[in-house]
Design a protein around this ligand. Sequence first.
Ligand SMILES: Cc1cc2nc3c(=O)[nH]c(=O)nc-3n(C[C@H](O)[C@H](O)[C@H](O)COP(=O)(O)OP(=O)(O)OC[C@H]3O[C@@H](n4cnc5c(N)ncnc54)[C@H](O)[C@@H]3O)c2cc1C
Length: 109
Amino acid sequence: MATRTTQALQSAGVTRVLAPDDPGYASETSGFDLGIACSPDIVVAARAPADVAAAVAVASERGERLTILGSGHGLRHELHGGVAISMRALADVEVDTGKRSARIGAGAT
Ligand SMILES: Cc1cc2nc3c(=O)[nH]c(=O)nc-3n(C[C@H](O)[C@H](O)[C@H](O)COP(=O)(O)OP(=O)(O)OC[C@H]3O[C@@H](n4cnc5c(N)ncnc54)[C@H](O)[C@@H]3O)c2cc1C
């Protein structure tokens, strides 16, 4: 099932689709508390909002359990299997003082 989901994600244009043996998987799933296991079948290392949208659509179509990963400071439960979207790279913060507004990336903490 994971292989077909990986293929579906890649067909949907997601470039960083990681399995447990792939370089980068460990750093995307690591958290502050090393006693809490985090081992999804697939990690989408989102690099743009389009990656998130595509991953949500594919996971939904395929009935995959979906989890969001931030920087891993607040994970309280072990995670095994399913698809996780890592937001770590989407951590930009833009402040527009003129408009008194800010845009904060989904992976910023
Ligand atoms: C040493 C330490 C000190 C802390 N100090 C403070 C503090 O002073 N104040 C404070 O408020 N908190 C504090 N925290 C808690 C921690 O910073 C928060 O829980 C933080 O919000 C976790 O963010 P994260 O990106 O690490 O999320 P994760 O640990 O990756 O995820 C936490 C939960 O949020 C969900 N999630 C993460 N990102 C998203 C997203 N973009 N969209 C939807 N769901 C998402 C995850 O699925 C998960 O359920 C502290 C934690 C630690 C370990």
